[in-house]
Design a binder for this molecule. Structure first.
Ligand code: ZN
Ligand code: ZN
Length: 280
């Protein structure tokens, strides 16, 4: 886990130097720390979301997507405790009251945060300190560093937010029932949180080298999946050749074609994107 105390020490020492230069570096350290916090929580959720599923890379967007698709508690504060009473067979606790009657010891606490607020601060740091402002006219002065007071106040705001993470000593990938299946091509087990799956959702294999993706269908409280493929008959043996749809979606006009062999007769296939006139 990120050592927040050491991050805060670095930022505070730059802040106390108080120069334009040190405050700019403090702003950069703040921004990097926000990214670290968000990406660390993304990383632990990679069992339930794939890198290929990510729509944007900015920390706020990443965490919002993780909350929607992989772990709704990604930014929540909670403590996990374990009961000191072993459950004996036949007399397991059944009701909420049964569980509440047991004694517990805490294992750890996840520090929560306001996704929107941290995202706004990440943007603001860049606006006040991490760009040279674009001159609008010939007489404008170009300055390396931003306004010292604005930078300082943003750094102080971030420090206050980061202090909230000091009591957190664990992060989790979330709770709840899973829907899982094996990828057709690479055999990796793909797991998703059942309550976060949506009808019509497309999910990608979590293996970075695998091109498979799947359509999700929800009926009642059950989930189903189907492989996303593009199908074309082989010119030689006429058997149906299935190509992962993601490979076809990556094709660009005028760029390298997709080369593969028919699985039945090994005849090479050449798939490329060609503009065609659509008759309506
Ligand atoms: Zn796969
Ligand atoms: Zn063939």
């Amino acid at each position: 886990m990120i050592d927040i105390k050491s991050r805060l020490d670095t930022i505070n020492s730059l802040l106390s130097e108080g120069t334009k230069k040190s405050l700019t570096y403090a702003a950069l350290e703040c921004r990097l720390t926000i990214e670290l916090i968000c990406y660390e929580r993304l990383k632990i959720s990679y069992d339930y979301i794939s890198h290929a599923d990510l729509k944007k890379w900015q920390p706020r967007n990443v965490i919002e997507q993780v909350a929607e698709e992989a772990n709704e508690d990604v930014a929540s504060t909670f403590t996990i405790s374990i009961s000191t009473t072993p459950a004996t067979e036949g007399s397991e606790p059944k009701t909420q009251e049964d569980y509440e009657a047991l004694s517990y010891v805490p294992i750890g606490t996840q520090a929560g945060f306001n996704i929107r607020k941290l995202g706004k601060l990440w943007n603001a740091l860049s606006n006040v300190a991490l760009h040279v402002s674009l001159p609008e006219q010939k007489n404008d002065q170009i300055s390396i560093y931003g306004d010292i007071d604005s930078t300082k106040s943003k750094v102080i705001e971030v420090i206050e937010e980061l202090k909230k993470f000091k009591d957190g000593n664990l992060i989790t990938s979330g709770f709840g029932k899973e829907y899982s299946f094996e990828c057709n091509t690479c055999g990796t087990t793909l797991k998703r949180k059942l309550n976060l799956l949506k009808n019509g959702q497309v999910i990608n294999c979590i293996s970075p080298s695998c091109q498979e993706s799947y359509n999700i269908y929800i009926q009642g409280d059950q989930a189903f999946h189907s492989r996303r493929v593009f199908e074309t008959p082989c010119n030689e043996c006429n058997s149906n050749v299935q190509i992962p749809q993601r490979q076809v979606e990556k094709l660009r006009f005028g760029q390298s074609p997709l080369l593969l062999d028919c699985e039945s007769c090994k005849t090479p296939l050449h798939i490329e994107l060609v503009p065609c006139k659509k008759n309506t």
